[in-house]
Design a protein around this ligand. Structure first.
Ligand SMILES: Cc1cc2nc3c(=O)[nH]c(=O)nc-3n(C[C@H](O)[C@H](O)[C@H](O)COP(=O)(O)OP(=O)(O)OC[C@H]3O[C@@H](n4cnc5c(N)ncnc54)[C@H](O)[C@@H]3O)c2cc1C
Length: 92
């Protein structure tokens, strides 16, 4: 994940670990690495070695796709492009 050109990352907006399949499917389609926010790791939805940010892994992808992440300052990334995807149409 640290060296990935594309990273698909998801946060608490995903509502639960059962919804992670769509993140993995998107990552597979794009040949991307997967990551998560710290609260997601704290909640044990994902392992801590996947959480990115100030207290987690450093990633430098060309494209960082953030799904259900609030965009707190602890997640600011050195990346060429950031795509924040709203999930509200899928998860209620
Ligand atoms: C000293 C310190 C260090 C920290 N280090 C890190 C760090 O390294 N990494 C890190 O990630 N955090 C870190 N944090 C925590 C950070 O401040 C944020 O609290 C955290 O990143 C927020 O995670 P989140 O976006 O997953 O959750 P939230 O802030 O809860 O955001 C969830 C987002 O999902 C949206 N959402 C909710 N429901 C839906 C839905 N149905 N569809 C679509 N969107 C929805 C919400 O509107 C919100 O925007 C640190 C905090 C401190 C104090």
């Amino acid at each position: 994940m640290s060296d990935a050109e594309i990273v698909v990352s998801a946060g608490r907006g995903l509502k639960g670990p059962e919804n992670w399949k769509m993140i993995e499917e998107l990552a597979t389609l794009l040949g991307a690495g997967t990551a998560c926010s710290r609260p997601v790791a704290d909640l044990d939805w994902r392992p801590h070695d996947e959480h990115v940010g100030q207290t987690g892994k450093v990633v430098r992808p060309n494209l960082y796709i953030a799904v259900g992440i609030s965009g707190a300052i602890f997640l600011k990334l050195p990346t060429t492009a950031l795509l924040a995807m709203p999930l509200r149409w899928y998860l209620n």
